[in-house]
Design a protein around this ligand. Structure first.
Ligand code: URP
Ligand code: ZN
Ligand code: ZN
Ligand code: ZN
Length: 471
């Protein structure tokens, strides 16, 4: 059925204007005024912003980690995402050394099939490079539309790859048109520091942060950036948490390297003192990289504002406090890493960023949606409000006030790291390809309606079109 979204304020990465949208067959078919209603359903958006659905470029749904599996799957995770104004997620498909990558991708298709309520795609982990992998990569890119590859520089003896693997992945990506993503922490140094802490009897959650200091993130980020320059390739650094890493990304960009950086809501608003909470509660705040001293937040906000960092991912990887996080009682290194963020990613950036004057509304749209579409081969089908684009749309009340709480969130876990935080601005309705998933703050979607998205290859000029907006 045709729809007309009337009287809203359209916001894109470049513009803010009053107009109505005509939606037909899942697409935005016209932008203008006074469309004849015909048989269309009219949705009144007066007083609301109308912006493109968020694209979360970093999720781990139903992912095995540290002897357990992240709790939110493609159903609960994408429902929560939709409540929060996200209409596309790109999840990390883990691979196993010595096995065809196709098997891993099939595992991820099986996890997501009939579950997602919004569209989704996969990044592919590269744990090793050999002739088999090099032969399979172009096939995976063509057949699966997976055009971004993740290399872990940390999690020694689990996911960590060596520098040779990273370098060869960068070279392959250059040749094939892929974007290499890195988890940038020095896993060898972390292993030493963790063992030393445990030998000294330092087992509390705070030692998670103390054994992964900013230097190990800065060093790995710089190393990855240098190797990218050497390979003349392209790099996206996930979950940047600290000034040291921002500086390395900024330096690389100044040299003209094709290097991008993502941060996450938790690093923008939470700090290391949360890991010191008593009764093991600090475990709720265990991410890698860890939360930092508070002053790093200003550096991250500034970097989003001035373009040294370009995107916001949730790094959604949720574990219950009771029954999962407590695997690390008595040994911080066994606390499953990660948290439930997928739902509040967009709203936190709006409330803390736009409402507090740290970024403007167009930058906000760029950071939560448009840039991710451009970087990951989804633009202009996704990530913008334009004729011909998918009608993935958020109708957002900029003045709604709410308090984040596990009591009211839609994620499958028993706590929320932002518990009690008051935020302003909330999605009222969310459409995926022209159909309501959230309507007047109620879930009206259906598991399995989300489609798997094949993505285009990395294109440096699409990625780096700087839609200059004034502050
Ligand atoms: O702590 C985190 N970030 N957990 C998810 C896995 C990863 O490293 O991204
Ligand atoms: Zn009205
Ligand atoms: Zn990571
Ligand atoms: Zn992650």
């Amino acid at each position: 059925m045709k729809k007309i979204i009337k009287n809203g304020t359209i916001v894109t990465a470049t513009d803010t204007y009053q107009a109505d949208l005509l939606i037909d067959n899942g697409k935005i078919t016209a932008i203008g005024h006074d469309f004849p209603v015909g048989g269309a359903e009219v949705i009144d958006a007066h007083g609301a912003y109308v912006f493109p659905g968020g694209i979360d470029p970093h999720t781990h749904l139903e992912m095995p980690f540290g002897g357990t599996v992240s709790k939110d799957d493609f159903e609960t995770g994408t429902i929560a995402a939709a409540f929060g104004g996200t209409t596309t997620v790109i999840d990390f498909c883990l691979t196993n050394k010595g096995e065809p990558m196709k098997n891993a991708i099939q595992t991820w298709h099986a996890k997501s099939k009939d579950k997602a309520v919004i569209d989704y795609s996969f990044h592919l982990m590269i744990g090793e490079i050999n002739d088999d992998v090099l032969e399979e990569l172009p096939v995976v890119m063509d057949e699966e539309g997976i055009t971004s590859f993740k290399v872990f520089m940390a999690y020694k003896n689990v996911f960590q790859a060596d520098d040779g693997t990273l370098f060869r992945t960068l070279l392959a990506a250059k040749e094939l048109g892929g974007l290499v993503m890195v988890h940038a922490e020095n896993g060898d140094v972390i292993e030493y520091l963790v063992n030393e802490a445990l030998e000294q009897g330092n087992t509390d959650p705070i030692y998670h942060a103390l054994t992964r200091p900013p230097e190990v993130e800065g060093e790995a980020t710089g190393r990855a950036a240098q190797l990218t320059g050497l390979a003349n390739s392209q790099l996206y650094v996930v979950h940047v948490s600290c000034a040291e890493a921002v500086e390395k990304i900024a330096q690389a960009r100044r040299k003209g390297y094709d290097v991008w950086g993502e941060t996450c809501p938790q690093y923008l608003v939470l700090d290391q003192t949360h890991l010191e909470k008593p009764d093991f509660e600090g475990a709720k705040y265990v991410w890698s990289p860890p939360l930092r001293e508070k002053w790093h937040q200003d550096v991250l906000w500034n970097a989003l504002k001035n373009g040294d960092l370009q995107t916001l991912g949730s790094d959604q990887c949720s574990f219950d406090f009771n029954g999962q996080k407590d695997l690390g009682k008595g040994d911080f290194s066994k606390i499953p890493n990660g948290g439930p963020i997928i739902e509040d990613r967009v709203s936190i950036l709006f409330s803390e960023g736009v409402k507090k004057g740290r970024i403007n509304i167009n930058q906000f749209v760029d950071i939560v949606a448009t840039r991710n579409a451009k970087l990951f081969g989804l633009y202009p089908q996704k990530g913008t409000i334009a004729v011909g684009a998918d009608a993935d749309i958020v109708i957002f009340d900029p003045n709604a006030e709410r308090t984040i709480s596990a009591e009211t969130h839609h994620m499958a876990v028993d706590y929320n790291p932002f518990e009690g935080m008051k935020i302003t601005g909330e999605p009222v309705s969310v459409l995926s390809r022209g159909e309501f998933v959230i309507r007047e703050k109620q879930f009206v979607g259906k598991a399995g309606t989300g489609q798997y998205l094949k993505r285009a290859r990395y294109n440096s000029s699409t990625a780096s079109v700087t839609d200059k907006v004034s502050n």
